[in-house]
Ligand binder design. Structure first.
Ligand SMILES: C[S@@+](CC[C@H](N)C(=O)[O-])C[C@H]1O[C@@H](n2cnc3c(N)ncnc32)[C@H](O)[C@@H]1O
Length: 212
C-alpha cells in the first residue's frame, strides 16, 4: 500500500466516511482526546485528522493543528470547524504524516486516530510524531492491531494482501509497531466495539535539546 492507494481510497470514501466510521470509532476518539488534552492551553497536533470527527471534543483553550494527506477529507474537516464555530482549531493542513513540516518540539501533545495502519511506513510516522512533540509530552495512538483471537487472526491474514484496495493493513502486529516506532508506552487499553481496537498512551521519552 502506498500513498497513491491512500489518496484514492479517501477520495472515494470521504463522502460516506462519517456514516460508516463515525459512531463506531467514537469511543476511541473521545478517550484519546481526553488523555491528550488534559491541561489548559496545550498546543496539540492531530495527525491524519480526516473529516475532523474528533475536533469538537477538545478543550476550548487548546490550540489545535490537524494534518492529513487527503484534500477531500480535509475539506470536510474545514466544514465541520465552520459548522461548530471551533475557534480552538488553529489550522488544518494538507501534509504527509511521514514528512511533517513542523519544527522539533512544536506540540505539547500529538495524537493519531486510526492512522498507524494506513500510512506506508509506520516507523517513520511514529518517528515524526516523536520529533514534533516536546520531551515528556503525550503521544496517543488508537488503532486496530492484529487480534489475539485465532479466528480473527485468520481473517486478518487473508485480508493482508488486499491492503492497497481496502486502504489499511489488516494484519498489523502491535509488537512490531512498538519496536519499529520506539514508543514509550505507559498504558494500553481496549477500545471501541469488543475492545478490538487499542489505545496506546505514550510519553515522549526523547532527551531535552541541549541549550548552549
Ligand atoms: C481511517 S482515517 C481516520 C481519520 C480520523 N483520524 C478519524 O478519527 O476518523 C485515516 C486518515 O489518515 C489519513 N492518512 C493516511 N495516510 C496519511 C499520511 N501519510 N499522512 C497524513 N494523513 C494520512 C487519511 O487520508 C485519512 O483521513
Amino acid at each position: 500500500m502506498d500513498l497513491q492507494d491512500t489518496l484514492k481510497t479517501y477520495r472515494l470514501f470521504s463522502g460516506s466516511y462519517d456514516l460508516v466510521f463515525g459512531p463506531v470509532f467514537h469511543p476511541g476518539r473521545k478517550a484519546a482526546v481526553r488523555i491528550a488534552n488534559d491541561r489548559p492551553n496545550q498546543r496539540i497536533l492531530e495527525v491524519g485528522v480526516g473529516t475532523g470527527l474528533s475536533l469538537p471534543h477538545f478543550r476550548h483553550d487548546a490550540k489545535i493543528t490537524g494534518i492529513d494527506v487527503s484534500a477531500e477529507m480535509l475539506a470536510r474537516a474545514h466544514r465541520r470547524v465552520e459548522r461548530h464555530s471551533l475557534k480552538n482549531v488553529d489550522s488544518l493542513v494538507e501534509m504527509d504524516a511521514e514528512q511533517l513540516s513542523f519544527a522539533d518540539d512544536s506540540f505539547d501533545a500529538v495524537l493519531a486516530l486510526y492512522v498507524a495502519s494506513v500510512v506506508p511506513d509506520p516507523a517513520r510516522f511514529a518517528a515524526e510524531m516523536r520529533r514534533v512533540c516536546i520531551p515528556g509530552g503525550t503521544i496517543v495512538i488508537v488503532n486496530h492491531f492484529t487480534s489475539e483471537n485465532p479466528a480473527m487472526r485468520f481473517i486478518e491474514k487473508r485480508l493482508a494482501p488486499l491492503a492497497g484496495r481496502i486502504g489499511f493493513h489488516a494484519d498489523f502486529p502491535l509488537d512490531g509497531f512498538l519496536a519499529a516506532g520506539k514508543l514509550d508506552v505507559r498504558e494500553i487499553r481496549p477500545s471501541n466495539l469488543f475492545g478490538y481496537w487499542r489505545l496506546l498512551r505514550c510519553i515522549n521519552d526523547k532527551p531535552h535539546a541541549r541549550t548552549a
